[in-house]
Structures are given as structure tokens and as C-alpha cells.
Design a protein around this ligand. Structure first.
Ligand code: NDP
Ligand code: 8X3
Length: 253
């Protein structure tokens, strides 16, 4: 019997990379996408050697609809049979009040976190529907549930992920496709470096004197959802560091 296939977007770093490791450990073949293909190649070599899985790598910008549909539709037929899609690629850019927001930042967040997720889902879902099986796992955020000062557009994109997850679950219900959202609080990845555009001191301050979630903590939660029996769907998980109560309340010791 052929192995199951997981398609993970944004697998070159952080949560997506950790998901790739966990699904490889569990014996899945890996369809991995990100813009930084060099990183995917390094990760792939490690996982093939350690777990004997097969990988297929896509140098993909999820914001480019033509690229998404072109690459997916030109995959060898067996790689198009995705069992689990982890819509993880995403980013925050800037942390500015609405009146001072950078339009380019807004476009990058909306195009990646909302439109990119939609394009990839639109490419993958028809095959799941035809096979009457599949699981779509969207990575949201505590920012999908709450809005915090200066989080305006990032929070809006993650609220959209929350709404889209609910909509997908309704539309795909009679097609027997599971749909899950995992909403983490603070996770120490490259996220803050990207948000603050390479300002490593500002990024490091986010995780100062607090024990955040690790990318692995989130990946294990994704795996929990993916590994439930056929009759069980995990709809929605909010996972936080123990030291963080909500988007705006954390202790630092
Ligand atoms: P990282 O910056 O460590 O990783 C982000 C990943 O997304 C990278 O692999 C990056 O790959 C990929 N990516 C970004 N833009 C694109 C694009 N246009 N096309 C394809 N891939 C892209 O951050 P995280 O691992 O923390 O973030 C993963 C997800 O988790 C995001 O959706 C984020 O919003 C969410 N999240 C993060 C939290 C945190 O505190 N860290 C908390 C809650 C949610 P590349 O640059 O190579 O394209
Ligand atoms: C990332 C966590 O709180 O910076 O989604 O929005 S937060």
C-alpha cells in the first residue's frame, strides 16, 4: 500500500518545518513548499536519510495563483493525491497603528495569509473531493480570535483564516473532508524577525523572560488532529504558552 501524503506550505522554517519532521516520523511522504528551496533541500535530505520517506519539493510563492495551480497540476499524478494539507505559510509584517500602516505590508499579509491559503486549498481540494477523503489543517493564530494594539491587518488576515476554516468545513462536510484550525499563541520561530524585517534585537525582545511555545509543540498538535480516527474531527484548537493568558496578557519572570 502506498504511503499517505502530506502537503505542507511554508516548510522551510518554524512550524512548517517542524510539521515536516513530525509527519516524516509518522511515515508520511512529504510534499513541501516554500520560496527558499535551498532550505527545503537540506530538510528533505535529513528526513529521507532518517525516516526513509519520499519527498517532492516545490519552490513556490503561495501569493502567485498561476504558480500555485501550474505547479500543483503539473505534479506527477501520485503526488497530487494529498491526504493532509497543512496551510501554514504565513507572515506578519510591521506592527503599526492603522493610520501609519505600510500598504506594502498590508498587501504582503493579505496576499499570503488569505489569498495564498485560498489558492492552495482551491488547487488541492478537488482531488480530495473526488477521492472522498482528506484533511485540511489551517494554521490560524490567537490573532484569529483576538485583536491587539497595532495588530490590525495581521489580526484581520487570521480572523479570515478562522472564517474560511468554518466555511470550508461546511462546504466539504458531505464530501467527507475534515477541516481543522490550530491557533497558537506565541511561538519562537523566525516569525518576529520577519515581522520586524530583520531587526533581531526587537525580535528577541518578544521572547524575553518568557517560555514561548516551540514549533514542535504546534507540530505535535497538528499531528494530534491529523491522527484522530475517521469519525473524529478536531474543529478548533487554541494552544498557548503557559505564561501567556491571551493576546495581550503574559508574565515575564
Ligand atoms: P516562520 O517565519 O518561521 O516561517 C514561515 C514560513 O512561511 C516559512 O517557511 C516561509 O518560507 C513561509 N512563507 C512565507 N511567505 C510565503 C510565501 N509567499 N510563499 C510560500 N511560503 C511562504 O514563521 P512561523 O513558523 O511562526 O509561521 C508559520 C505560520 O504560523 C504562519 O501562518 C503564522 O502566521 C502562524 N503563527 C505563528 C505564530 C508565532 O508566534 N510564531 C503564532 C500563531 C500563528 P519562505 O520564506 O522560504 O517562503
Ligand atoms: C502570531 C502570534 O500574538 O503575534 O500569530 O499574533 S501574535
Amino acid at each position: 500500500m502506498s504511503k499517505k501524503i502530506v502537503f505542507i506550505t511554508g516548510a522551510s522554517a518554524g512550524i512548517g518545518e517542524a510539521c515536516a519532521r513530525v509527519f516524516a516520523r509518522e511515515g508520511y511522504d512529504l510534499l513541501l513548499a516554500a520560496r527558499r528551496i535551498d532550505r527545503l533541500e537540506v530538510l528533505s535530505a535529513q528526513l529521507v536519510a532518517e525516516f526513509g520517506v519520499r519527498t517532492h519539493l516545490l519552490a513556490l510563492d503561495v501569493r502567485d495563483a498561476g504558480e500555485v495551480f501550474g505547479m500543483f497540476n503539473n505534479l506527477p499524478a501520485n503526488w497530487q493525491q494529498v491526504d493532509v494539507l497543512v496551510n501554514n505559510a504565513g507572515l506578519s509584517q510591521g506592527l503599526d497603528p492603522i493610520q501609519a500602516g505600510d500598504i506594502g505590508d498590508w498587501d504582503r499579509m493579505i496576499d499570503t495569509n488569505i489569498k495564498g491559503l485560498l489558492y492552495v486549498t482551491r488547487a488541492v481540494a478537488p482531488g480530495m473531493v473526488a477521492r472522498k477523503q482528506g484533511h485540511i489543517i489551517n494554521i490560524g493564530s490567537i490573532a484569529a480570535k483576538e485583536v491587539y494594539p497595532n495588530g490590525n491587518v495581521y489580526c484581520a488576515t487570521k480572523h479570515a483564516v478562522d472564517a474560511l476554516t468554518k466555511g470550508m468545513r461546511i462546504d466539504l462536510l458531505d464530501k467527507h473532508i475534515k477541516v481543522t484550525a490550530i491557533h497558537p499563541g506565541m511561538v519562537e520561530t523566525e516569525f518576529s524577525e520577519v515581522r520586524f524585517k530583520g531587526d533581531t534585537a526587537r525580535a528577541a525582545a518578544v521572547y524575553d523572560r518568557i517560555e514561548p511555545l516551540s514549533a514542535e509543540d504546534v507540530a505535535e498538535t497538528v499531528w494530534f488532529a491529523a491522527s484522530r480516527p475517521k469519525h473524529v474531527n478536531v474543529n478548533d484548537v487554541v494552544i498557548m504558552p503557559t505564561m501567556q493568558a491571551n493576546a495581550t496578557t503574559a508574565i515575564r519572570e
